[in-house]
Design a protein around this ligand. Structure first.
Ligand SMILES: [Zn+2]
Length: 349
């Protein structure tokens, strides 16, 4: 394999990133205005709407060595093939993951200063392929303060041909000095109809319900749509449907049964199910239809009569609070147990 032929042609070709359907027109407009891009872009918008995909589309266009007339990546040149293989020497992705000695990536809390220092050294090196050098920082708000500070100089005076694309769904958490040095771009949000059509196209059954559960984020809904998740949901909801028989300790132990690094996600999923369930209980209590758990209408109806609306409201607020604290170190199992005990108490055994 020569240096100009990064990918074995017999291998299944990976395509360059294409915009999601609701991003097509927006991406085309952006690409048409490419000469006006600053060297640092900040893509903002709610989680799960495809900001990272859009960032990858822009990065692909910057690294393509023979872009199409509309500015998009050709998908065929050596640059595009390196990008598609995840091996472009002039592309760096900074994200909160650590890769261990065996090459296994594990999520970590923050993008730390050492990672940014290594990046700032890297941007000073001449481009390997003689074109742009591109860095994606996803999500940018996960840089801790030292890391963000270490990035300032590069943001201020990047070597020519260097582009930084920051992706953030919480831009308010960025250092103002970082945010102010970036050209801010609000990523397009899909309509419900666009999301549902896309999810259906991905083979997701019941896309409306999943989308509602995922707070209207289609990518989060897609992640929720996995078969394992469906089985897990069914088993938790069966327990919630019978609060009188619910054992918080037994159920809490299910969180501890997960691998350590998955426990926080397990708790997040439980909080999501509890929140959706209580939301539906409130709807049914006031004569409405369940929105997120339409398949459990009978169970919700049986419970709704015995719950006090004010207690339910308070509990829902406690769930949102617990969700907001998810990023902090805590004992996922104990939080799950406390939430389940409070849930059981809603029905005044
Ligand atoms: Zn290309």
């Amino acid at each position: 394999m020569s240096a100009d032929d990064p990918i074995d042609r017999s291998a299944v070709p990976r395509r360059s990133a294409e915009p999601l359907p609701w991003q097509c027109r927006f991406a085309a407009d952006l690409l048409a205005r490419r000469s006006g891009w600053g060297h640092a872009l900040l893509l903002t918008g709610p989680a799960g709407i495809g900001k990272r995909r859009l960032a990858e589309v822009l990065a692909g266009a910057l690294l393509c060595e023979s872009p199409r007339s509309d500015g998009s990546a050709c998908g065929e040149c050596a640059g595009c093939r390196y990008v598609a293989a995840g091996q472009h020497p002039d592309l760096r992705v900074l994200e909160p993951v650590d890769v261990d000695d065996e090459g296994v990536a594990k999520p970590v809390e923050a993008i730390v200063v050492d990672r940014v220092r290594s990046l700032t050294e890297w941007v000073q090196v001449t481009s390997h392929r003689g074109g742009s050098k591109v860095t994606l920082i996803v999500p940018a708000e996960r840089m801790n303060a030292a890391a963000a500070n270490a990035l300032l100089k590069t943001l201020e005076e990047p070597p020519s041909g260097t582009f930084l694309i920051l992706v953030s769904h919480q831009p308010g958490r960025l250092l103002p000095t970082v945010a102010s040095r970036c050209q801010r771009i609000a990523a397009p949000r899909p309509t419900v109809a666009e999301s549902v059509a896309w999810l259906a196209g991905q083979g997701v059954g019941d896309p409306e319900r999943l989308l509602a559960r995922a707070g209207r984020s289609p990518l989060a809904a897609l992640a929720l749509g996995g078969a394992d998740d469906q089985a897990e949901r069914a088993s938790w909801l069966a327990a919630l449907a019978r609060p009188g028989a619910l054992s918080a300790v037994t159920l809490g132990a299910r969180i501890d049964a997960l691998p350590r690094e998955a426990r926080k996600d397990g708790l997040a999923a439980l909080i999501g199910w509890l929140a959706g369930w209580c939301d539906d209980l409130a709807r049914v209590r006031f004569g409405g239809e369940p929105l997120q758990n339409g398949d459990m209408k009978a169970e919700l109806g049986a419970l709704a009569a015995s719950v006090a609306p004010i207690a339910l409201f308070r509990y829902h607020r406690a769930l949102l609070h617990a969700r907001a604290l998810l990023g902090h170190p805590l004992q996922p199992r104990l939080v799950a147990e406390a939430l389940l005990i409070d849930y059981r108490d809603l029905f005044g055994r």
